[in-house]
Design a protein around this ligand. Structure first.
Ligand code: COA
Length: 141
């Protein structure tokens, strides 16, 4: 995102990609409006366009992996998504390897994430990358 330009039209494109991918998260419910997304996910102290990895196919954005650096001292995998047309090709793994590189470049030793317990593809993806379960903590509930 930083390389492409953290401009308004790119933030809008990120919103559309995130919205489309999030529709496949079990029980996700209604997604943010654009204004809500900008306020709650982008215009925040933890947003860093260097931490937003994009997969682009012929000019179309088809995948994203967004990582933030949390004040608690760890990196957090905010959202990984690939359009249904492009799934099953290893794109999420490729993007998250770059996300891990970003977290390391920021001095982080831990990368955390959360997902719905029924989200089998996301859980499989993260286990494939080496994520391990953690006891739920009140601060992350
Ligand atoms: C989860 C998601 C990002 C995976 O993207 P993808 O590019 O298709 O995944 P990959 O091809 O890189 O697969 C990586 C690994 O994930 C696991 N995986 C992927 N799809 C899976 C599925 N349907 N069921 C079980 N495991 C799956 C596998 O372990 C796979 O590794 P392998 O092929 O070596 O076995 C994609 O399904 C998606 O966008 N889902 C909707 C959004 C979402 O739920 N995001 C996570 C929010 S927490």
């Amino acid at each position: 995102m930083a390389a492409l330009g953290d401009a308004a039209e790119h933030r809008h494109a990120l919103y559309e990609l995130n919205k489309t991918c999030s529709a496949d998260i079990p029980e996700r419910g209604e997604f943010y409006t654009l204004d809500e997304y900008l306020a709650q996910r982008i215009e925040t102290p933890t947003y860093d366009p260097r931490g937003v990895v994009l997969a682009v196919d012929g000019g179309s954005w088809i995948g994203m992996a967004a990582t933030s650096i949390r004040p608690e001292g760890h990196a957090f995998s905010e959202m990984t998504g690939v359009l249904a047309s492009h799934r099953g090709r290893g794109l999420s793994l490729a993007m998250k390897v770059l996300a891990i590189r970003y977290a390391r470049s920021r001095g982080m030793r831990w990368l955390r994430t959360l997902h719905h317990p029924g989200n089998t593809s996301a859980i499989g993806m993260n286990r494939r990358l080496g994520f391990v379960d953690e006891e739920p903590r009140p601060a992350m509930a």
